[in-house]
Design a protein. Structure first.
Ligand SMILES: [Zn+2]
Ligand SMILES: [Zn+2]
Length: 180
């Protein structure tokens, strides 16, 4: 991992530390193995968060927004997509944890660890970027997709295909008599 956003916890003031980062897709590529490069393109992302510390527990709260370039899963057109979400992490010193406690905390995704005096924001930011990637990307919510018969993009064109086959199947279902 080439990216490193390590913050020395000693430098976190009592009132907290504000952290802002704007980067592009190249930065994100440093987070993932080459073979795991996702099939979308991250244009840019913005992170805005606040880091505070109470005794030795570090709290990170913020917001991440992404601008993605994706292929719509309905019409296959290229489209820009923006998404955003809030996040919160609680990081505790790794050395204070027993193996048992670690196992219990592993189920709580918002609890993490830091080693020594440094908190690394890189894995948290990468995780948040991944969480904003839609499983099925759409160019827009109401995308009409492609005609299943002729392949025309129904957002921009119309075609003369009969779209009766779905209704025919429904008609077959209607012929079944349901016993009461
Ligand atoms: Zn679409
Ligand atoms: Zn058609």
């Amino acid at each position: 991992m080439s990216n490193s956003l390590k913050i020395n916890i000693v430098t976190i003031p009592e009132e907290g530390l504000s952290f802002v980062l704007s980067e592009d897709g190249e930065w994100f590529k440093g987070c993932v193995q080459e073979r795991d490069y996702p099939d979308f393109s991250l244009q840019k992302f913005d992170v805005n968060c606040r880091i505070s510390i109470i005794s030795s527990t570090v709290f990170i709260k913020g917001n991440l927004s992404v601008l993605l370039n994706v292929y719509c899963s309905r019409c296959l057109e290229n489209a820009n997509l923006s998404a955003a979400g809030d996040f919160a992490y609680t990081l505790i010193p790794a050395k204070n944890e027993t193996e048992k406690e670690r196992e219990l905390n592993a189920e709580d995704l918002e609890i993490g660890y830091y080693d020594g005096e440094f908190v690394d924001l890189t894995p948290l930011i990468c995780e948040q970027i991944i969480l904003q990637i839609p499983i099925k990307a759409l160019c827009r919510e109401e995308c009409k997709g492609l005609c299943p018969q002729c392949g025309a993009n129904l957002n921009t064109a119309s075609c003369n295909c009969q779209r009766g086959f779905v209704n025919e199947r429904m008609a077959v279902l209607k012929d079944f008599k349901v016993k009461n």
